[in-house]
Ligand binder design. Structure first.
Ligand code: ADP
Ligand code: MG
Length: 341
């Protein structure tokens, strides 16, 4: 009886846990997200390696954590490292650990992060940028389930489930010779692709209420509402920074809007603020326009700078005033005066 009670209690606790952890925090109901959640649930219980791909801010880390929480390893640790953020030798010593004297400053043995996740899951974030020397060592962790710390000779057994994430197309990195094919195929046993937010705009309302609720709870303020026009503002945008960007915009809107309702116009100004301000003579450098467009924009830019002083402008541009007049009429710049600042 006692045993049965404990088993039931354990079951209940596990169910509760999967309500707070697991996929509960991954908001979204669109068909691609439903499919994604099904795949995650299925793959989590296997012990297979997972490769998560998706644009930055699309939720790769959240999915990696969910896989761990839904797996039989959930009671052990989930350890992660951002492979793109550290220089090669530091990344290597963090991952695999080192022996005393392995390099200057190594005053005592240090256990690596992979070993510290023993029995649990290890998350390799931004794996696409990992140097080749480290790729070989990761392959050994996968194939032989062992590693050797820097400056050491012994082989340390390690039992971790690897979950990797990348925002680059690893397959083409393999073709270009930047990423080892053997490691790619080892990791790619279970590929999981997270679609960008712009391909699942119908998730926006749910995500928005989730983020509003969270910020308001944190700030201890009343829940703010979104005006009717604001959802259409949010769904008209293409979200290059994905869910992370949406999260930031909503936080700003809640913090900065004064009324109890957040309006579409407010949101527009936060979207603008987050836009990349990389411009050349008023043109976005993300575009690659033909020379004539650049010429037109640049002439207009200088004209506006000089307050439409033609001789000054011609001098700055290094052309005759007559040429300048011709270009002004060809590009109909008089009609556009003051448009591009
Ligand atoms: N589907 C989602 N539901 C709730 N929050 C999300 C979702 N996707 C992403 N987020 C949030 O957006 C931010 C970026 O997610 P993250 O997993 O770090 O993305 P990535 O690792 O792909 O850059 C995090 O704060 C995360 O909590
Ligand atoms: Mg990330």
């Amino acid at each position: 009886m006692e045993k049965r009670r404990v088993i039931r209690e354990n079951q209940n606790l596990r169910e509760k846990l999967s309500e707070v952890g697991g996929l509960a925090r991954f908001i979204g109901n669109s068909p691609p997200i439903k499919r994604l959640k099904e795949i995650v649930q299925r793959v989590a219980v296997t012990d297979s390696t997972v490769l998560i791909t998706g644009e930055s801010g699309s939720g790769k880390e959240l999915i990696a954590k969910a896989i761990h929480e839904l797996s039989p390893r959930s009671m052990k640790s989930f350890v992660s490292i951002n492979c793109g953020a550290l220089p090669e030798n530091l990344l290597e010593s963090e991952l695999f650990g080192y022996k005393r004297g392995a390099f200057t400053g190594a005053v005592k043995d240090k256990i690596g992060l992979i070993k510290s996740a023993d029995g649990g899951s290890f998350f390799l974030d931004e794996l696409g940028n990992t140097p080749q020397s480290i790729q070989i060592k990761l392959l050994r962790v996968l194939e032989q389930k062992e590693l050797t710390p820097l400056g050491g000779t012994e082989r340390i057994p390690v039992d971790v489930r690897l979950i990797a994430a990348t925002n680059s197309d690893l397959k083409s990195e393999v073709e270009r010779g930047n990423f080892r094919a053997d490691l790619f195929y080892r990791l790619n046993v279970f590929p999981i692709e997270i679609p960008p937010l712009r391909d699942r705009l119908e998730d926006i309302p749910l995500l928005v209420s989730h983020f509003i609720e969270r910020v308001c709870k944190r700030l201890g303020c009343d829940i703010k509402r979104l005006s009717k026009d604001s959802i259409s503002v949010l769904t008209a945008y293409d979200w290059p920074g994905n869910v992370r960007e949406l999260e930031n915009v909503i936080e700003q809107a809640v913090l900065l809007s004064s009324g109890e309702e957040i309006g579409g116009e407010d949101l527009k100004s936060y979207l603008k603020r987050n836009e990349k301000k990389e411009t050349f003579a008023g043109l976005s450098t993300q575009l690659t326009p033909p020379l004539s467009v650049m010429e037109e924009a640049y002439i207009l830019y200088v004209l506006n700078q000089t307050g439409w002083n033609k001789s000054k402008t011609a001098k700055i541009l290094g052309i005759d005033t007559s040429t300048l007049y011709r270009k002004i009429s060809r590009y109909k710049l008089k009609d556009k005066a003051g448009i591009i600042k």
